[in-house]
Design a protein around this ligand. Structure first.
Ligand SMILES: O=C(O)c1cc(C(=O)O)c2c(n1)C(=O)C(=O)c1cc(C(=O)O)[nH]c1-2
Length: 232
């Protein structure tokens, strides 16, 4: 690796400082401070992110001229949509929804999705549709930081929210292996295609944009499901 690549990968990884694990809503979630209404609100709203991820990945495939990249990238769509005999992430998220006490119908019809959440997720899909495909790949690199948050969330849910059925947490377990594999591939693509300073600057901007997307999703949820003040 050249010094330029080293400093580039370090700058990408430094975006962990802006990752949504630091968002006050996630901090309260992992500290066990959310009530069932807030957990349900988060699950129903995050479903909108989950169901749009394969559309985002299909946009990347559509814009990517490299067959080798497409062969690996297509796996992400199968991970979420599933295939015969394998349920996939979207189905797993619906099972999480049921485990927290939501009906599939009220999640699928998006009645709980807050406007800010919809805007943020739509912005991510739109980014992948309209920006150069390597920038869209760079924007997926928040997944570098996801496994730590996923492990923390699993432990927090088991400890603080015993009313949620354990089987409902399978989605988070599957991401513990899928996210590192995906992030490694995205990192390979980005380091291979972003050699000049300006290419690297655009990749860093794309990752900053994605951190803002995830943060805005949590802002939208936090606003829709505020803490109920203790009666005085
Ligand atoms: O719950 C989370 O904190 C979280 C974060 C992220 C992320 O960092 O983008 C993803 C996911 N979950 C996730 O489940 C997922 O499938 C996923 C796909 C992507 C992506 O950008 O392609 N990010 C994420």
């Amino acid at each position: 690796m050249t010094a330029l690549t080293d400093s580039f990968t370090a700058a990408l990884r430094a975006h962990s400082q802006r990752y949504h694990h630091q968002h006050p809503f996630h901090v309260r979630m992992n500290a066990g401070l959310l009530d069932p209404r807030q957990i349900r609100g988060w699950v129903a709203n995050r479903f909108y992110y989950q169901e749009n991820i394969p559309r985002k990945d299909a946009a990347i495939l559509a814009n990517c001229p490299d067959r080798e990249v497409r062969r690996r990238w297509v796996q992400r769509i199968l991970d979420h949509d599933g295939r015969a005999g394998e349920e996939g992430g979207i189905e797993a998220w619906l099972r999480l929804s049921e485990a927290v006490g939501l009906s599939r119908a009220e999640v699928l019809d998006e009645r709980h999705v807050a406007p800010g959440v919809r805007f943020a997720v739509d912005a991510y899909v739109n980014f992948a549709r309209t920006r150069p495909w390597v920038e869209a790949v760079a924007s997926s690199l928040t997944e570098l930081f996801a496994p730590d948050l996923m492990a923390e969330r699993l432990a927090a849910f088991e400890r603080h929210y015993p009313w949620i059925e354990r089987d409902g947490l399978a989605y988070f377990r599957s991401r513990l292996t899928q996210a590192p594999r995906d992030a490694e591939h995205a990192m390979e693509v980005v380091t291979e295609h972003c050699r000049t300073e300006s290419e690297q600057a655009r990749a860093l901007d794309a990752l900053s944009f994605k951190c803002d997307v995830l943060w805005s999703v949590l802002d939208g949820i936090d606003r829709a499901y505020p803490d109920v003040p203790e009666p005085s």
